[in-house]
Design a protein around this ligand. Structure first.
Ligand code: B1M
Length: 211
């Protein structure tokens, strides 16, 4: 019988090889990849997210847990082909134009993937046009933009405007975050959601995609 608790526990500790092996064992026992994903990997990432939010764990722990999750996912992915795994929602994420800070953005991506969302990562220094073009092409639910500089956070307003100009504003949720960004700033530029940290961002994204 697969030990989901064990998978979760080892993933939280970043034991990538062990997580990979347990996922392979569970598949070999005939357990579906969706069940292993939800009860093992995603549940572990939820715990890591909550601890990160409460300052019980920090960036390195999140990164090693994410690495272990990816090891497990590598084993599950081939088995998922053909299984009816519905897409919960799609997020296009990036750090805004002129800004190279990507550590926080990467954490947001990890937490969102940990909620089962599909995340398209455009990297750093991303123009408003690139956000809109990708979100339109991919039929994304959310554009998630990160900024760490007071000089680049203003780019977020250009993204809201570009979404307006492209006629997709009513179809897309624009989420903003990063150290200098605030709820007040979010409202002032007409964005939809502000999240102060990666765990909150993933919770709010899931809410948008499942409502
Ligand atoms: Co830069 N840098 N940096 N830097 N850097 C800051 C941001 C700064 C505050 C340092 C300081 O002066 N005290 C300052 C900004 C000042 C300001 O604008 N008010 C600054 C500056 C000035 C600069 C340069 C201009 C320096 C120079 O060249 N003169 C330059 C700019 C380059 C550019 O971007 N064009 C620069 C460069 C760099 C490095 C390249 C060296 C490096 C970045 C490496 C990288 O990211 N790959 C770097 C770093 C590491 C920092 C600090 C030290 C750390 C940032 C970080 O990663 N924090 C930073 C000072 C500091 O914060 N102590 C600083 C950890 C990360 C987990 O936190 O990104 O805030 P954070 O993410 C959080 C939340 O904000 C939130 O979730 C995360 C955690 O849960 N969040 C979101 C983030 N994005 C979100 C999106 C969401 C929701 C939540 O929804 C979509």
């Amino acid at each position: 019988m697969a030990d989901f608790e064990k998978i979760s526990e080892l993933m939280q500790k970043g034991k990538a090889d062990e997580v990979k092996q347990l996922c392979a064992d569970a598949l070999a026992e005939g357990i579906g990849p969706k069940e292993i994903l939800e009860k093992g990997l995603l549940s572990a990432m939820n715990i890591v997210g909550a601890k990160f939010k409460n300052n019980e764990v920090f960036v390195p722990e999140v990164l090693i847990a994410a690495r272990a999750m990816n090891f497990g996912l590598d084993v599950l992915k081939p088995a998922m082909v053909g299984e009816d795994i519905e897409e919960i929602g799609k997020v296009v994420i990036g750090t805004v134009k002129g800004d190279l800070h990507d550590i926080g953005k990467n954490l947001v991506k990890i937490m969102m993937e940990g909620k089962g969302l599909t995340v398209i990562d455009l990297g750093a220094d991303v123009s408003a046009e690139k956000f809109i073009e990708t979100a339109t092409r991919e039929g994304a639910n959310i554009i998630a933009c990160s900024a760490l500089l007071t000089t680049t956070m203003t780019q977020m307003e250009s993204i809201v405007k570009a979404a307006d100009d492209a006629g997709i504003r009513d179809k897309i949720t624009i989420m903003v975050g990063g150290a200098p960004v605030t709820q007040k700033f979010c409202e002032s530029i007409g964005a939809d959601i502000y999240a102060a940290d990666a765990a909150t961002a993933s919770e709010k994204a899931l809410e948008v995609c499942t409502k």
